[in-house]
Design a protein around this ligand. Structure first.
Ligand SMILES: Nc1ncnc2c1ncn2[C@@H]1O[C@H](COP(=O)(O)OP(=O)(O)OP(=O)(O)O)[C@@H](O)[C@H]1O
Ligand SMILES: [Mg+2]
Length: 256
């Protein structure tokens, strides 16, 4: 089953100078896939993610999520659809600092007025999946960056969305916390069959995906698939980045 279908998508930002940010993008993501989006700065990655997450409207073309076109929905219907069917993870976590980890995680369920018992069960289950079961009562300002991102992931998946969207989820983390976060995402993908779309500059983070789509100047440039071996996939990603552009000069010292 296709979770995401993007067809002939174009985005032009109008202004003093018009920017053609995306040109004729076609992208299908099937249930249970873990897809990475890579490309040089300014190539259109965030724009693509914003079109999929319904933050911004395409200039032309079609986006379908679980068979539905979110751009045909009325405002309230769209708000409900986003809350139910999409999970979001951001570089800067977007958590509420003065609330506890538990309060942050259950926030989307609280908004839906779900029964407390059910919420509590889901909270325990989700937190243990992400290895944050023992810090549920801490406040966000008391925990590390990696723990914050795992809290944000827990909040994003507690409602079992159709599609989990992440823009540079490891961008603010050191390499060790990045790995822990990527391992959590890979586990959610493998064990729960969650479908993920991840934008990243980081080839180590990208090596946890099943498939990487490269964008250059707003156009699809290439696509590679992971085999059994993450190490080999990492090398393939580095080769692609040096060919299509990326910040490979910083990469020579990275270990997988
Ligand atoms: N709101 C906007 N208004 C006008 N132009 C924009 C807007 N957002 C992005 N752009 C332009 O669209 C193009 C694609 O930008 P986008 O943010 O999608 O790139 P990106 O691949 O996410 O880059 P980065 O890796 O730096 O995050 C760029 O030329 C950018 O300047
Ligand atoms: Mg971006």
């Amino acid at each position: 089953m296709d979770i995401l279908e993007v067809k002939a998508l174009n985005k032009v930002y109008t202004g003093k100078v018009a920017t053609h940010a995306l040109t004729d993008i076609h992208l299908t993501i099937r249930k249970g896939e873990f897809v990475g989006i890579m490309g040089p700065s300014g190539s259109g990655k965030t724009t693509l993610l914003n079109m999929v997450s319904t933050i911004d409207r395409p200039s032309s073309g079609e986006v379908r999520i679980g068979g539905h076109n979110p751009y045909n929905m009325k405002k309230r219907e769209l708000a409900h659809f986003r809350r139910k069917q999409l999970g979001f993870v951001f570089q800067d976590f977007n958590l509420l600092d003065t609330l506890t980890v538990a309060e942050n995680i259950v926030l989307p369920l609280t908004l839906d007025r779900r029964p407390l018992k059910e919420v509590d069960g889901l909270l325990k289950q989700t937190a243990s999946k992400l290895g944050i079961g023992d810090i549920l009562n801490k406040r966000i300002y008391e925990i590390s960056g990696g723990q914050r991102q795992r809290t944000a992931i827990a909040r994003a998946i507690i409602g079992s969305p159709l599609l989990l969207l992440a823009d540079e989820p490891t961008g603010a983390l050191d390499s060790q916390s990045s790995r822990a976060v990527m391992e959590s995402l890979a586990e959610i993908n493998e064990k729960d069959g969650a479908t993920l779309m991840l934008v990243t500059h980081d080839p180590v983070a990208a090596s946890y995906c099943n498939r990487i789509v490269f964008i250059k100047d707003g156009k699809l440039a290439a696509e590679i698939h992971r085999g059994e071996n993450r190490q080999a996939f990492f090398q393939k990603i580095i080769d692609m980045l040096s060919f299509w552009g990326g910040n490979t000069s910083e990469l020579s010292s990275i270990r997988v």
